[in-house]
Design a binder for this molecule. Structure first.
Ligand code: PEP
Ligand code: MG
Length: 752
């Protein structure tokens, strides 16, 4: 498109108008349009995707892709790059589309050869009616002028297509509030998966009949009786079969502590003393707290709010005799503003196919419970409560954060197929869970789990992983105002050992701060938290915190094999300082006659780049290193791991990353240090293959990665993949992902 001027654009637009206005079949006219655009702007491909009923994008016309794919290739809104453009009505211009995480390869289109992509939404009357895409064979960046040109062209085509009735308005547009037509709502995915079912509105709001009382003492007595019932109910949930089976103990214990919060109870009592009934006082204190907490920017408080909502609703329902949760139909999608962990547990998980929240955040307890129960969650769905009615049919695609209300049959069929395929895939992974993760040429790979809650421990059995490679000890404590005492921590860790069934567990000491909220007592707001006072820096400056944790770990590990790992270590000196605290605690335990752990192994996370140049000095100091690629790569590339705008700036399979990882594994081998990778990439089949090719033999990942990685490992031959990856270390491309993908495809390996 280089050299394309304003005059060229005007001429192209008038030719487009002529083609669209001319007679003949609509298909023929659109074929001419895409050809004209591709030729005029010197692109190798121009394709037009049209939005069909039920939010499906259909490849309607193409110049450059295989004609076989026309009307055959269909993408859901939110699926792949084209779906992404439609979902957010936002253009994309990518020099290397293949390395984008949302790229979806559709073999029928024959797009193997096209590397760069520019895609813009076609918008008509404020709605996306399609997506216009151009692609080029050579890898090249697109400039703003090119993007604007394509947007203008797309706008014109959209108008012309609607006039020519290619896009039927009645299929696409629904009057606001018309319950008979389909609606799409967008939110944030907090637990991936797809759910199909009918809407059930969660109604925690309890009606308060009596507001004023003449007998404050009687009301105080009612309050205390209700608080006792509340504690009994929570205790019953903690001990209950459902909680026990899923191991929710730790979350509920934390939650139970709120039920004993003196400040909260005293405030309610004071309001009762001023003349309100117990229930009115609970409601008033809760409303006041809610308003104060909502104004706080600190996420710790905002998270606590969910738990307080849950508690207050439960207390109110005890005081008024109202019920909390509804009976569920067979396939239910629960819709709520927000929800506490025990409220979610009140519902039958077998019938819950999805959860939609107007609010919600990734680390809130209800989401942790939903993850453990494998319930897909889409949160932060604006207007969900107003727009969804009870018994509405819903398709919830939590893979892309979309909710489809009253979906068209076509969309329903598409998703039913996806759900069925997922069920089959899970069954396929379950079938190989007892088979070793060994390559075709006999190299054994150890697959471990990353965990953070007791609930995660059941995944050890389900996935048959070899152990816990990373136990993030801070997780259950994040929403507490202060860290629990040694005894409470010890009880948590003892349960972890008990649930591990003899498999090794690597406990990482508190990693608070940065993206993980610190306990509020030690948390200080900072401009640059990822680089700030966090993790080992914080616990070395507050050694009592670290010593208490180490004491609790040592006590819990009496007679067990204890593995302790320090996070965010930046230098040997820092490691030595942390290790001294561990040694001091071990000595203290021995001096007091405590039973010692059967063995103690000490290690560090490698997630701060400075440590890369001191690896050789660690030989005599520690037993193992675990590479935390999530943090390490954000620091190496100076790209915030939580910022989606820079997420595609680098790739985990960049040659520089692979060279660095190769250097680490070789140094560790030379010095006899055990090494593993526990960043997210370890659980992605293609990335895992690269790690294995580089020499890693232990990978630690979230539970969902174990099945796919096991299947992939079993399908490859190390003698083939290793030389292939090693020769690509010299590549100067941004990423070797595409080459590795092609290699795997050529070998007939289907990635798990
Ligand atoms: C990492 O940084 O790669 C890692 C595993 O730790 P976390 O994700 O807990 O920061
Ligand atoms: Mg980290």
């Amino acid at each position: 498109m280089t050299g394309f001027s304003g005059g060229d654009l005007r001429r192209m637009l008038s030719r487009l108008r002529d083609v669209m206005a001319g007679g003949g079949e609509v298909q023929g006219r659109l074929d001419k349009v895409v050809t004209l655009i591709a030729k005029d702007i010197k692109a190798d491909v121009c394709s037009c995707y049209v939005m069909r009923a039920g939010e499906v994008l259909e490849l309607y016309a193409t110049y450059g892709l295989s004609q076989r794919a026309v009307h055959l290739t269909r993408l859901r809104v939110g699926e792949g790059l084209v779906g992404e453009v439609a979902a957010h009505a936002r253009a994309l211009a990518l020099a290397d589309a293949w390395s984008h995480p949302l790229f979806v390869y559709r073999p029928e289109t024959g797009e193997d050869f096209f590397r760069s992509l520019m895609a813009v939404p076609m918008i008509q009357a404020g709605r996306v009616v399609g997506v216009l895409v151009v692609q080029t064979r050579e890898e090249r960046p697109f400039n703003d002028w090119e993007l604007e040109t394509l947007e203008t062209v797309a706008m014109v085509i959209a108008e012309l297509m609607t006039a020519a009735q290619v896009v039927k308005r009645e299929e696409l547009f629904q009057a606001e509030g018309n319950a008979l037509l389909h609606v799409r709502l967008t939110g944030v995915s907090l637990n991936a998966g797809v759910g199909i079912g009918v809407a059930v509105m969660h109604k925690p709001h309890v009606r308060i009949g009596r507001l004023v009382s003449d007998d404050p003492e009687a009301e105080q007595a009612r309050l205390h009786a209700a608080l006792n019932t509340l504690r009994e109910e929570v205790d019953a949930l903690i001990g209950g079969a459902r909680a026990e089976a899923a191991g929710f103990g730790d979350i509920l214990e934390v939650y139970r502590m709120f039920a004993d919060d003196r400040g909260w109870i005293n405030r309610i009592s004071e309001v009762i003393a001023s003349g309100l009934t117990a229930e009115a006082a609970v409601q008033k204190v809760h409303d006041d707290t809610r308003i104060r907490m909502q104004q706080m920017s600190d996420p710790v408080f905002r998270e606590r709010l969910q738990d307080l909502d849950d508690l207050a609703n439960r207390l109110l329902s005890i005081l008024t005799g109202g019920g909390l949760s509804a009976e569920l139909p067979e396939n239910a999608i629960l819709v709520c503003r927000s929800l506490g962990p025990t409220e979610l547990l009140e519902y039958d998980p077998a019938k819950l196919k999805g959860l939609i929240m107007e609010e919600g955040s990734p680390t809130m307890h209800a989401v942790v419970v939903a993850k453990a129960l494998d319930i897909p969650v889409v949160a932060q769905v604006k207007g969900a409560l107003n727009r969804i009615d009870a018994f509405d049919q819903i398709v919830l695609d939590a893979n892309v954060g979309q909710v489809f209300l009253r979906p068209a049959d076509e969309l329903l069929d598409l998703y039913s197929g996806a759900v069925e395929a997922r069920v089959q895939q899970i069954a396929a992974y379950a079938a190989i869970r007892n088979l070793p993760a060994t390559t075709k040429d006999g190299v054994e790979i150890s697959l471990c789990l990353n965990a953070g809650f007791l609930i995660d421990m059941q995944n050890l059995i389900e996935t048959n992983a070899d152990g816990i490679g990373l136990y993030r000890t801070e997780m259950p404590f994040l929403s507490l105002p202060t860290l629990p005492d040694v005894e409470t921590q010890q009880a948590f860790y003892a349960q972890v050992f008990a649930n591990a069934g003899g498999k090794p567990v690597t406990f990482r000491t508190l990693d608070v701060g940065g993206d993980k909220i610190a306990a509020s007592s030690v948390h200080v707001p900072e401009d640059n938290p990822a680089l700030g006072w966090r993790s080992i820096r914080l616990t070395l400056d507050r050694p009592a915190l670290l010593r208490q944790q180490l004491r609790a770990l040592i006590r819990a590990a009496e007679g067990e094999h204890l593995r302790v790992m320090f996070p965010m270590i930046a230098s040997v000196a820092e490691f030595d300082a942390a290790r001294r605290l561990l040694d001091a605690e071990l000595e203290r335990h021995a001096d007091r006659g405590g039973k010692m752990p059967a063995s103690v192994k000490v290690g560090t996370m490698l997630e701060v780049p400075s440590l890369l140049w001191q690896l050789d000095k660690l030989e005599t100091r520690l037993d193992f290193i675990s590479v935390g690629t999530n943090d390490l790569l954000q620091f190496i590339f100076a790209a915030d791991r939580g910022n989606t705008r820079v997420a595609s700036r680098y790739d985990t399979l960049s040659p520089s990353v692979l060279r660095m990882l190769r250097m680490v594994v070789e140094t560790c081998r030379t010095f006899g240090i055990e090494v593993s990778v526990c960043g997210e990439m370890a659980g992605q089949p293609l990335d895992a293959l690269a790690l294995i090719a580089l020499g890693y033999r232990t990978l630690s990942m979230s539970a969902s990665g174990v099945g796919p990685v096991r299947a992939t490992v079993r399908a490859v031959r190390l003698t083939e993949i290793e030389p292939f990856v090693v020769q690509l270390l010299d590549s100067t491309e941004m990423s070797i992902r595409e080459r590795l993908r092609a290699f795997v495809r050529d070998k007939g390996i289907v990635l798990g």
